[in-house]
Design a protein around this ligand. Structure first.
Ligand SMILES: *Cc1c(COP(=O)(O)O)cnc(C)c1O
Length: 300
């Protein structure tokens, strides 16, 4: 039986809590972390940043139904589901691959998201899928996989606007590169003298430069580090897992094996090689995504 009652929606994208905290992380003496992981447990980190202006645009256009795409462990799906339910919108997701159940999809369903499992072949053509299912629905709003869009980069650029101090280096993990593009935009807009170090988590991710360039012109600020993928997307090694355990036990910060662990590992490695000076001011963006840990519990 379905419960029906009156619910009150609160505004999702107003005030946020994302402090900058200093952590002890040898050999660096000045490592700071932008705690975007604290923004929200479900609309986590950069997914909150990306959805902020996407949802604003959808609402301004009087759209009531969000449709998006992702893999079965996608942080973006959970974030979209949570943001939709809190904003009084409905949501549907095309989920790549055959029907499965896991912690992430359970959250999506609890937030009221409708899941359409889609074979990998059909999944590739997202516009076609969208048209097949929703061509006649005027109130439906298309959100690309991972939220990739100009609106997403505007939201991510705000990470830079919130900083009250200059940094020599800013680090961020990358999947699609949309967050990286937003950060680069922010650095350019504020005319900062900061190097932006991007750690792609996919293997052979040189495509990412082109992806970033769609939203922000490539400038001398950007530095890509293509060798910290640990075998590819969602792949880990015993060394990475051991790094996560030590890091979390010593700093009290949780990392996810897919994104933030690879970034912090890269920071430490570059510092050990003295490519980053131990007294330079470094800011790591904690992009959240910690729910993903539970899907990888077998690795620990
Ligand atoms: C999605 C995600 C990223 C990657 O963001 P892109 O904009 O696709 O590069 C990084 N970190 C976490 C925790 C994420 O969930």
């Amino acid at each position: 039986m379905k419960y029906s009652g009156v619910f009150y929606f609160y505004t999702v994208f107003e005030e946020i809590y994302s402090p900058v905290q200093k952590i002890a992380f040898a050999p660096l003496n000045n490592l700071f972390v932008k705690r975007d992981d604290l923004i929200d447990p479900y609309i986590s980190g950069n997914k909150w940043r990306k959805l902020k202006y996407i949802l604003a645009k959808a609402k301004a256009a009087h759209k009531t139904h969000l449709v998006t795409f992702g893999g079965a462990y996608s942080n973006h799906l959970v974030a979209t589901a949570a943001a939709a339910s809190r904003s009084g919108l409905t949501a549907t997701a095309f989920v790549r691959g055959e029907e499965v159940q896991n912690e992430m999809l359970l959250l999506c369903s609890l937030f009221g998201m409708k899941l359409i499992f889609t074979d990998r072949e059909s999944y590739r053509d997202k516009c076609k899928l969208y048209k097949q299912h929703f061509a006649d629905e005027e109130q439906t709003y298309f959100i690309n996989e991972g939220g990739a869009s100009p609106e997403a980069t505007i939201g991510c650029a705000e990470i830079i606007s919130e900083l009250t101090e200059p940094y020599d280096h800013i680090f961020c993990a990358a999947g699609t590169g949309t967050t990286a593009a937003g950060l680069l935009r922010g650095i350019q807009q504020h005319q900062l003298n900061t190097k932006l170090h991007i750690i792609p988590v996919l293997k052979g991710a040189s495509f990412i430069e082109e992806e970033i360039n769609k939203y922000a012109p490539i400038s001398h600020h950007l530095e890509l580090h293509l060798d910290y993928h640990f075998g590819g997307y969602a792949k880990t090694t015993p060394e990475l897992i051991s790094f996560i355990k030590t890091f979390t036990a010593k700093t009290g910060l949780l990392l996810d094996p897919v994104y933030t662990a690879k970034m912090f590992y890269a920071i430490q490695d570059l510092a050990k090689q003295e490519i980053i000076g131990k007294d330079e001011k470094v800011l790591a963006i904690h992009t959240g995504g910690l729910m993903g840990l539970f899907g990888m519990k077998h690795k620990f």
